[in-house]
Design a protein around this ligand. Sequence first.
Ligand code: PGA
Length: 245
Amino acid sequence: MYFIANWKMHGNARYIEKANSVIKLLKIRKYKNIKIIYCPPYTLLKTFFDKYKNSNISIGSQNCHPYSDFGPFTGSINSKLIKSTGSKYIIIGHSENRNDGDTNIIINKKIKSALRENLKVIFCIGETLTEKKKNITNKILKKQISIGLKKIKKFQNIIFAYEPVWSIGTGLVPKRNELIKNLKFIRKTILNLSNIKNIKILYGGSVNPNNAKKLAEINEISGFLIGGASLNAKNFIDIIKKSIN
Ligand code: PGA
């Protein structure tokens, strides 16, 4: 199981200490095989890496600029710069960035640039409430996957994160049947593009200590992308504990 903490636009150097209790938990045999990835803001990546480089947690960024090389892009951070912080992962396609103008084509460029730097991509997809109501969820997911992954071969370095936009930060989580149906559709769509084994699909959207157990029981889910609840070390740990039997 993957547990990815997406801190969004929160955090300072003191926040990093939150990882101590998680590292302690990973020493317990039962939790040895889980994968913890912290995605703090860009400004904390290097400090985070330096402090925990000898532990079994990893770090990742929350986004990147689509341009692979260095260049005149004031205020931007690309995959090369992210790689240089010690990050191994990168979230791409988050709905909050899609909302800020990231199209499927831009996301495709970002994924390509991240893979070029050998970063592992956490590729977010998901429908909005309007799309869900219009019954076009499958169409949207298919489009996000096929354009996002256009001309990409290294699928083994991509982890998928299904995040229904209407469930991010709202406390709402899809019904079990609906979630399984959408996860199966995502898997089938990925398999149509590439014959990879071990596709990992995470779920994200209002995961908390109260719903983690039920969600983790769904076979199609390989882990969680956690926003709000990951900012509180106790909640994050409770989610992990509830998810692992
Ligand atoms: P949330 O955010 O857990 O606060 O709903 C998840 C995400 O945006 O990745």
